[in-house]
Design a protein around this ligand. Structure first.
Ligand code: NAP
Length: 278
């Protein structure tokens, strides 16, 4: 253990539900590091003051969560080209000169979670169907394109947002109407729910899977509950499924590395620890 104490945390409003402290403190203990990861509940009106205070407080950086992911991007000094395309940041790293760098690791986390569940997964294996067009969808669509997907079908309740995706992200992204959502499943190799539907307290995603190929991988960004009604339906008809917990854990890994200097593993003990809280 060295003498430098490293402090990081998660900034959001509210943040009390966040599993990020559990994740990062697990790795701090595992790697015998001198540091801690806390919660920074910051209301929107205080966001700029809080972000600008990171350096003065000697904090290594922080994760950024709801509702700050978009606004925080304007408040840092440099944003990676990837985060710029996504249009939001989920991580800030304070640089040695005090400047602030912004990153978005959500898409990385998503792809890693797929590969963990199915190491042979390939983005170009067939069309991907993405339900939703919010922040999580932006990170996932950009990550799928960067991984080599050549057709991503975006379906959103509010069609105009799906249309914007197609315009913004280029010819490999196609907007499909909500009413046609069942009709574009037959040849899909990947289906992902990025809406809040199926989350605890929300109704299930309204998407019958009758047309979906049994070979398709079905994933959900939601991780509370761990098995959403969508994933349950998919599992019962024989599809391989991936829940949202892997995305959450894997997005944390590069941020931890930037602050604490170690790239940690998404180990079994960590999954078990978090699952106990769900
Ligand atoms: P967001 O930006 O607010 O987007 C919400 C999306 O859900 C929009 O596409 C919205 O469609 C859709 N939606 C809401 N109510 C709906 C309904 N009744 N029927 C159909 N669609 C509906 O939220 P977000 O940040 O993308 O987060 C979405 C989900 O992903 C949340 O459950 C969040 O917890 C999860 N997430 C997980 C991770 C992870 O690490 N596992 C990371 C980020 C987010 P409209 O445009 O029509 O409103």
């Amino acid at each position: 253990m060295n003498n430098t104490f490293t402090l990081a945390g998660v900034m959001g409003w509210p943040v009390s539900h966040s599993r990020s402290p559990l994740i990062h403190n697990h790795w701090i203990h595992k790697h015998d590091l001198n540091g801690a990861y806390g919660m920074f509940p910051v209301e929107p009106a205080q966001l700029e003051t809080a972000i600008r205070g990171l350096k003065a407080l000697g904090i290594a950086g922080c994760n950024i969560t709801i509702p700050h992911k978009v606004n925080a991007m304007q408040l840092v000094d440099w944003v990676t080209p990837l985060a710029q395309r996504i249009g939001a940041i989920n991580t800030i790293v304070v640089q040695p000169d005090g400047s602030l760098n912004g990153y978005n690791n959500d898409g990385f986390g998503y792809i890693q979670s797929l590969l963990e569940a199915q190491p042979s997964w390939q983005a170009n294996a067939g069309p991907a169907v993405v339900i939703g067009a919010g922040g999580a969808a932006r990170a996932i669509v950009v990550a799928l394109l960067d991984a080599g997907a050549n057709e991503v079908r975006v379906i959103n309740r509010t069609r105009s947002k799906a249309d914007e995706f197609a315009q913004e992200f280029g010819p490999f992204v196609k907007s499909v109407s909500w009413d046609a959502r069942q009709d574009v499943l037959a040849d899909a190799s990947l289906l992902v729910n990025t809406t809040n539907q199926g989350m605890h307290g929300q109704p299930p995603l309204d998407l019958p899977l009758t047309n979906l190929s049994k070979q398709a991988l079905v994933s959900d960004a939601v991780y509370i509950p761990l098995e959403t009604p969508l994933l349950r339906d998919a599992r019962l008809r024989g599809n391989r499924t991936v829940n949202g917990l892997g995305m959450l854990i894997h997005q944390a890994r590069p941020a931890f590395q930037a602050w604490f200097g170690v790239l940690p593993d998404a180990d079994e003990a960590l999954y078990e620890k978090i699952i106990k809280t769900i």
